[in-house]
Design a protein around this ligand. Structure first.
Ligand SMILES: [Zn+2]
Length: 364
């Protein structure tokens, strides 16, 4: 009896220790933002920016992680000058006026336009952004996100909830999770509500947490499993930070309207999209297409890394009261589909065929 009590105390101390360790490991990096403003000031005052200045900017953590290609670097350089050089109003207007159709055909143009309009927004918000940089309590955001994820999970292992480093920078209004940490546009973060900020970081932390449990070798052994893994990973994570009405989460964030439209359509059309995915696998099982054809048809099958369709499925599962079961099996793509199918039967969703289920079940 006594021993048991001691064990409880010991594990309590250990978990408190782990918690404290996790918090101290987390950090926020603002060096890219600070250097961005330094160069912005120089351009505004008419000073010439030399290669050394740019090299220093791209060596700060946020840019170092996310602006690895020369295309990215060029967009940042060109759009900073275009946004802040007083003499380039004509160029500014012509880039801002590029049509949606033209944009969708050309990634360089699309990113340039998104970056430029965001940089102009930086100017509009500049005073508030600088205040936010100096006054906002960045140190508490990791702890709040940690707690948010902990409350979302079923029987979480605290020591494995590790909030990644958050590296702020100034580029297009976007945030991404990279192996070296989260990168996030500073203006986007500034414009979000505190709840949105916490939930977004908890979303990214979920991906990191889940990676501890998945069988990556098994998942990568099959292209169908890889796709299911994506929709499962993003779908569950989106339950943490996406609102029930998706437009509230993705509209008015500086993402081009054409893309928002495509995203919402994909969400709405999830039943048809899942049906198509199922049919492709079935045509492979019936030997109408070979393995190479299957692979080329289903790789990157789901839009936007699986977000809209995964979210639709996770919501349906939640609606059917199977959220806890989904979270308990969050590491298993095969179980995700099976739990989804149970929910779809109750909620009138698209039901995967028996042949599809047997196929994925037999992969192991
Ligand atoms: Zn995600």
């Amino acid at each position: 009896m006594k021993r048991k009590f001691l064990l409880i105390i010991l594990s309590l101390i250990l978990s408190i220790n782990n918690y404290a360790q996790n918090l101290s490991n987390q950090s926020i990096n603002l060096s890219s933002v600070d250097y961005f403003f330094l160069i912005k000031d120089k351009i505004t005052s008419g000073e010439k920016i030399n290669q050394n200045d740019w090299d220093l900017l791209f060596n700060t953590q946020g840019y170092k992680i996310s602006a690895t290609s020369s295309m990215r670097k060029n967009i940042v350089k060109e759009m900073m000058v275009t946004a802040y050089d007083k003499n380039l109003k004509m160029k500014r207007d012509s880039i801002l006026n590029i049509s949606v159709e033209e944009n969708l055909k050309n990634t360089y143009l699309l990113l340039s336009q998104m970056t430029l309009s965001n940089y102009i927004d930086y100017s509009k918000n500049e005073k508030k952004l600088r205040q936010f940089r100096n006054k906002y309590d960045f140190s508490s955001i990791s702890e709040l996100s940690y707690k948010r994820l902990k409350s979302f999970l079923i029987n979480p292992i605290d020591s494995l909830i590790i909030v990644p480093t958050i590296n702020f920078l100034c580029y297009e209004p976007d945030a991404q999770s990279k192996s070296k940490g989260i990168v996030c546009d500073f203006n986007l973060f500034f414009k979000e509500s505190q709840e949105e900020r916490i939930n977004f970081i908890a979303h990214e932390t979920f991906h990191k947490y889940r990676r501890n449990f998945i069988d990556i070798k098994f998942i990568n052994s099959n292209v169908v499993l890889q796709q299911i893994d994506k929709i499962q990973d993003e779908g569950i994570a989106d339950l943490i930070d996406k609102k029930e009405n998706l437009i509230e989460s993705i509209g008015n964030k500086g993402i081009p309207e054409s893309f928002v439209k495509k995203y919402l359509e994909a969400y709405k059309n999830t039943p048809q999209i899942l049906n198509e995915f199922d049919s492709i696998v079935n045509s492979y099982l019936k030997k109408q297409i070979n393995k190479e054809q299957l692979e080329s048809k289903v790789s990157n099958f789901f839009l936007s890394g699986g977000h809209p369709n995964g979210y639709y499925m996770a919501r349906l599962i939640e609606k059917a009261g199977l959220k806890d079961e989904m979270l308990t099996k969050m590491y298993s793509p095969v179980d995700f589909i099976k739990i989804y199918n149970k929910a779809a039967q109750e909620e009138n969703g698209y039901i995967f065929s028996n042949d599809f289920i047997t196929y994925i079940e037999n992969l192991k």
